[in-house]
Design a protein around this ligand. Structure first.
Ligand SMILES: [Zn+2]
Length: 166
């Protein structure tokens, strides 16, 4: 059973090592992460959020319901155009055990490359929600959380809600 790691846990700040073999451990972790994501109405979950410091993540395109399992994902390019969207994170929960949301500015579209669960290297240009989600989740693999993009005042507003949970 994998356990959700919450804001304050240092595992969320570690840089993940690349996956060099698609082992049954990696595959079963991704299967379980898809279930955890769905159970919490999430749209993405990265390995460090369940305590694994390896470079893989799962995400869903909310527009189509398509689920992606990405191993060693890399964002190859980002659009210059940015867009503001509300973000939350299954590791950043408030007093009601629900994600705390805040507006974050990020590139509108990205080109991402990843290896799928069958070992095939794939690539896609994503925009809209999928672009937002893949940026948020690949950040997790580098120890970055969405609250890192907020102004000190906004970040404190989020953290006050997070602290109220404890
Ligand atoms: Zn997150």
């Amino acid at each position: 059973m994998l356990q959700m790691k919450l804001c304050g846990d240092l595992v969320l700040r570690e840089k993940c090592a690349p996956v060099d073999e698609i082992s049954s451990d990696v595959l079963s972790a991704m299967d379980e992460m898809v279930k955890m994501m769905a159970a919490q109405n999430g749209v993405g979950l990265a390995a460090p959020q369940v305590g694994i410091t390896k470079s893989f993540l799962v995400m869903m395109n909310p527009d189509t319901g398509e689920v992606f399992k990405m191993i060693n994902p890399i964002i190859k390019s980002r659009s210059e155009k940015t867009v503001v969207m509300e973000e939350g994170c299954l590791s950043v929960l408030g007093a009601d055990d629900l994600p705390v949301y805040a507006n974050v500015t990020r590139p509108e579209s990205v080109v991402v490359e990843w290896t799928n669960e069958r070992g095939e290297r794939l690539g896609a240009e994503m925009s809209g929600l999928p672009a937002r989600i893949v940026q948020h989740e690949t950040d997790h693999l580098n120890g970055v959380l969405f609250i890192d993009y907020l102004s000190p005042v906004k970040r404190e507003m989020v953290m006050r809600k997070v602290r109220r949970r404890k």
